[in-house]
Design a protein around this ligand. Structure first.
Ligand code: NAG
Ligand code: NAG
Ligand code: NAG
Length: 283
């Protein structure tokens, strides 16, 4: 049992990777994802990734991108093996209990409307890199689920296939932590509006930080931020998914940079992986 608990801790450290340690500032901004309460009707592509169906809070979030597939962050589904220093799939530790929970506003299931979809395959990018929980590249993953997404409030979101250039406003929803220092996710879905910075501003914002802006979107919002547990949630612009929540500052200070994986450069990887695995599972 001890082994299992330690492994859980190891995974916890990775969940929502920090781009840099920054001391929590004294302010009234203790509420994160400080936007608004959302309804699943308005975000029917959202699923919570539950490590176990009995859990009341999410491990990560994801989006429904096909009848049997969820898109999420790569760091949500790997662990750093402390002996080898290499990444390995989460399944190694958490066997056959992970579900993608959809159709519900309240992730704890108190409204009794949730539908759990057992995850039967975890895929992540071959070149996913996580160094000391801070530097992260190719932070993208796919989950194949057993039961298809057919509920009333389970709908596919299409992916943006063109790389974006302009400053745009987007929306991100999730069940991540509401208070930076209380490790419990929100029960009710929350969302906030964010601005995607231009490439130039993103490069400036990344100066002095240990991350490379390629294939990433820098996002900021004035008062709100994503926090732990929001990892993997989709960033949506005009009904298309443009990004995947990947990294934040330690302590989730509102108004600071949030980093998303840009979806467009990975569309071929996503489609290829889904095709390959769908064929294989028919064999
Ligand atoms: C923080 O909140 C308190 C109580 O709500 C308020 O009196 C104070 O002005 C706020 N401080 C800042 C910096 O917003
Ligand atoms: C795993 O963790 C070790 C120790 O913190 C670190 O040196 C190594 O870079 C990590 N491996 C990966 C692939 O992130
Ligand atoms: C999904 O949620 C709706 C609204 O709460 C509910 O009516 C429905 O029974 C749920 N389940 C499915 C499978 O649609």
């Amino acid at each position: 049992m001890k082994f299992l608990i330690t492994s859980f801790l190891t995974i916890c450290l990775l969940t929502l990777c920090h781009i840099r340690k920054s001391p929590a500032k004294k302010s009234n901004h203790s509420r994160v994802v400080d936007g608004h309460s959302g309804l699943i009707q308005d975000f029917p592509y959202m699923v919570g990734i539950m490590l176990h169906p009995s859990h009341k809070t999410v491990w990560c979030c994801g989006s429904i991108i096909a009848k049997h597939w969820v898109l999420t962050a790569g760091h949500c589904i790997v662990v750093n093996n402390s002996e080898t220093g290499k990444l390995q799939p989460l399944t190694y530790y958490v066997l056959k209990t992970v579900t993608a929970r959809g159709n519900t506003t309240f992730i704890s299931g108190k409204a009794q409307d949730f539908v759990d979809h057992l995850v039967i395959k975890f895929l992540y990018h071959d070149r996913l890199t996580i160094v000391e929980g801070e530097v992260i590249e190719n932070d993208i993953g796919l989950l194949r689920v057993k039961q298809s997404f057919d509920s009333l409030y389970e709908k596919v979101i299409n992916l943006e296939e063109q790389s974006h250039g302009l400053v745009q406003e987007g929306v991100q929803a999730g069940w991540g932590w509401i208070f930076p220092n209380i490790p419990v996710g929100a029960d009710e879905l929350r969302y906030h509006h964010v601005y995607i910075l231009s490439r130039e501003k993103c490069i400036l914002a990344a100066m002095g930080l240990r991350f490379d802006v390629r294939n990433k979107l820098c996002v900021s919002s004035f008062e709100s931020t994503a926090c732990k547990g929001d990892s993997g949630s989709p960033l949506v612009v005009k009904n298309l998914q443009v990004g995947i929540m990947s990294a934040i500052f330690e302590g989730c200070p509102p108004g600071r940079l949030n980093v998303y994986v840009e979806v467009a450069p990975y569309v071929d990887w996503i489609k290829g992986s889904m095709r390959e695995r769908s064929h294989r599972s028919k064999e």
